[in-house]
Design a protein around this ligand. Structure first.
Ligand code: BUP
Length: 457
């Protein structure tokens, strides 16, 4: 007999870090016989987002795409609110009621809504109204999820902010160093903290919480979440990752052909994600550090948060003599690259990363050791956990609210440490084997996603 195939609405929030896992999940759902409607805000902050949405739709013609308008963003004098992505998160969160007519008139009728945490509050109301379940999709680590769930308690207890505290106790998890806590949360009036806090209240109403992680990688944290220790009325936390990249083959870049000519595991890949720009001084210092390390490198440079605003050329930024000096050992680009393909290339032996969660899961899947250099947001929490899991090393005094310039000598030494440590390399390979086991047919992540789909049929 025929079981009907579920129709799922997929609703990401802003920025490549949130969009990417949703598109990967949508692609996975299609491959498991679901129909998918993708809902996105009418204008995106970055060019990368709009390009990826268009390309995804072109290569997945069965996906229905609906756009919703954004109500005008809040004008705020608060300087921390100027981050364009925080403004967009907040605008999407406050525009989510515009989804109601789109979702209720959907044909065939929807079986479920899979949404980002940052729109959860409104989505919970809509799903209750339409009598369909909603599932949360967490685009960060399970450990950062437990921190977010603990946030309301954290911000309502100002003693936790005492300047001499070195860590906070999260029920069921190991203590979190204060230095890993994102700055916006130490200032609950920040737009990002406000948006997250506004949406946390409906978490218990979700049918389940999918996390782009895998059981082996965060076993203790996932167990604590599922044992009711973090929050007693929490729905099941379902690790479904690492979500696999879909084909993005419009890649004209020189990176892959260049990698083809490099020896196995000899190249360190350097990228700080889609929305993190270091100061120009730090960028130069990093360049000299890469040079000093003597290693081969592939380096993606970013000088502004939003891609539309990139100005300086590499020559202006780094100088022609630098570029000339390193040209046989290093490739430096200032463009979007296919990171997933790069990390899968046999020439890559290490990754200097800001520890955005997608980057961490991509490196985990390929067993590539990370030199963690977290700068803001969930990155410090992610850096700490990947080090504990054996995927990398972390020099805690770099970044995360610490404005001091990290000098080239130190950077050079750390890179050598990353690339020469055989034990680290074998621990990272083990992470890779476990990650791939999880997503194989019958693996823990595969079973979790199949369970959700079966529940909807
Ligand atoms: Br830059 C860049 N190519 O050139 P994260 C990024 N990516 O494929 P972020 C490319 O974008 P948040 C590039 O592989 C990853 O899937 C990368 O997400 C890809 O960091 C994604 O790693 C970036 O989570 O987002 O961009 O800082 O702040 O939300 O973590």
């Amino acid at each position: 007999s025929h079981t009907h195939s579920p129709h799922i609405a997929v609703i990401p929030s802003a920025g490549m870090g949130h969009l990417t896992p949703f598109l990967r999940l949508a692609s996975l759902l299609l491959s498991r016989n679901c129909s998918v409607t993708l809902l996105t805000a009418k204008s995106t902050v970055s060019n990368a987002e709009s390009r990826h949405i268009s390309f995804f739709l072109a290569t997945h013609p069965r996906v229905k795409h609906l756009e919703f308008d954004l109500i005008p963003p809040l004008q705020s004098s608060n300087s921390s609110a100027q981050d364009p992505f925080s403004i967009q998160y907040n605008a999407i969160s406050r525009s989510a009621h515009l989804l109601h007519p789109l979702l209720s008139s959907s044909s065939p009728p929807l079986s479920a809504i899979f949404s980002d945490l940052l729109v959860a509050k409104t989505v919970a109301c809509i799903s209750a109204d339409l009598l369909i379940p909603y599932y949360l999709v967490i685009t960060s680590s399970a450990r950062f999820l437990s921190f977010m769930l603990y946030l309301p308690a954290f911000v309502s207890n100002p003693d936790k902010f005492s300047s001499n505290a070195v860590e906070v106790e999260i029920p069921g998890s190991s203590p979190l160093p204060i230095s890993s806590i994102p700055l916006p949360f130490l200032n609950p009036n920040h737009l990002l903290a406000e948006t997250i806090l506004a949406n946390l209240g409906v978490v218990p109403e979700a049918k389940g919480i999918m996390v782009n992680t895998f059981d082996w990688f965060e076993a203790e944290t996932i167990a604590a979440l599922n044992n009711g220790i973090v929050l007693s009325n929490l729905p099941s936390v379902l690790p479904i990752g690492p979500l696999q990249a879909y084909e993005f083959d419009k890649d004209q870049s020189q990176c892959l052909p260049w990698l083809d000519d490099q020896p196995e595991k000899s190249v360190v890949y350097v990228s700080f994600g889609s929305r993190t720009a270091m100061s120009n001084d730090q960028i130069r210092e990093l360049g000299y550090g890469l040079d000093k390390s003597g290693c081969r490198f592939l380096w993606v440079v970013k000088t502004s948060k939003v891609d539309k605003e990139e100005k300086e050329s590499l020559e202006e930024l780094l100088g022609e003599s630098f570029l000339e000096r390193i040209k046989n050992r290093g490739m430096v680009v200032k463009e979007w690259v296919n990171q997933d393909k790069i990390l899968a290339h046999p020439a890559i032996g290490g990754f200097i990363s800001h520890c955005g969660w997608n980057s961490v899961t991509e490196a985990a899947e390929r067993g590539i050791p990370i030199l963690a250099w977290p700068l803001h947001g969930d990155q410090g929490v992610n850096a700490e956990l990947l080090q504990k899991a054996g995927l990398g090393i972390w020099e805690k005094t770099w970044g995360m609210g610490n404005e001091r310039l990290v000098k080239q000598e130190k950077i050079g030494k750390k890179i050598v440490e990353l690339m020469d440590d055989a034990e680290l390399r074998s621990r990272a390979s083990k992470v890779g084997r476990e990650a791939r086991k999880a997503t194989e047919l019958g693996g823990s992540s595969d079973k979790a996603i199949m369970g959700i789909i079966e529940n909807l049929t």
